[in-house]
Write a protein that binds this ligand. Structure first.
Ligand SMILES: [Zn+2]
Length: 273
């Protein structure tokens, strides 16, 4: 599943195509949304917003199209009314004179008013968006009492904790902060919690700006220059089980937390409880 940085990059592409432009056509595949085709047509797109893994297209008549890609959704931005060759099903299209933004396969699509966004069952519970939040907002969230006794390995996948963190960011953030996945906020020192907040923001931003790379950029550049494929230089530990830790040389371990793969270094991320 794409994570916050990937969703924000998709949103940037959609924003370049739609923002400030009048939608001269809107298409919804689902019958329940068909009445909104007329209500949105002829209105200008004012902004594209991401909230974690959700995306909002705001129109100038106070209606917004909400979409969540889940596992299968995929956005395409094309010349107006030009469609990719794909077996996927078109679920949503927003056209203007120059461009079309097309969403395929996603089923989680709604049209919402500001009041409906405010009480939306998913969006209203999201934690700070890790791609756009400030470190102090993330730290304040980490320090909330309701999260204090939950293990970081599962807590980091909870979108109510930090929105936009998925599986690769989870492993990478814990490594960069030097924290074992079994630690809970209550087990950590103030410095460790500060490191966690800093790592979350820094790695999400790095991934957003550098095409999904979370590893140190100098290390990544060096490995790339040596001819290594992207899969070998992209991350610190994620998908690197059995390979030497980039900091200490210890083989990276693999485990499963909250049903999903997690990689970590037992030396750089000690657990002594
Ligand atoms: Zn290590």
């Amino acid at each position: 599943m794409p994570e916050g940085p990937e969703i924000r990059r998709a949103a940037d592409r959609i924003e370049r195509a739609l923002k400030g432009q009048t939608a001269d056509g809107v298409f919804f595949a689902f019958d329940r949304l068909k009445p909104f085709e007329e209500r949105l047509r002829g209105h200008r797109v004012e902004a594209i917003e991401t909230r974690g893994k959700g995306l909002l297209i705001h129109f100038d008549n106070a209606l917004s199209i909400y979409s969540h890609n889940q596992l299968y959704g995929r956005w395409y931005v094309r010349q107006a009314h030009s469609y990719p060759r794909t077996r996927r099903q078109l679920r949503l299209a927003v056209h203007n004179v120059n461009r079309s933004a097309l969403l395929y396969s996603a089923s989680d699509i709604e049209v919402l008013t500001p009041a409906q966004i405010a009480r939306h069952p998913f969006m209203s519970r999201l934690g700070p968006d890790v791609v756009s939040a400030r470190t102090d907002a993330v730290l304040a969230q980490i320090c909330e009492e309701r999260f204090a006794r939950r293990q970081l390995g599962s807590l980091l996948l909870d979108q109510c904790f930090l929105a936009g963190v998925g599986n690769y960011l989870r492993s990478e953030i814990l490594f960069a902060a030097g924290l074992h996945p079994k630690l809970r906020p209550v087990d950590c020192t103030a410095d460790q919690l500060q490191s966690l907040a800093g790592a979350a923001v820094k790695l999400a931003q790095r991934s957003y700006r550098h095409g999904g790379v979370t590893c140190d950029l100098q290390i990544a550049r060096q490995l790339k220059a040596e001819g290594q494929p992207r899969s070998r230089y992209r991350h610190w530990v994620f998908t690197r089980a059995g390979r030497p830790c980039r900091q200490c040389g210890t083989p990276v371990l693999a485990t499963t937390v909250a049903g999903r793969r997690l990689n970590y270094c037992p030396v750089c991320q000690p657990f002594d409880a």
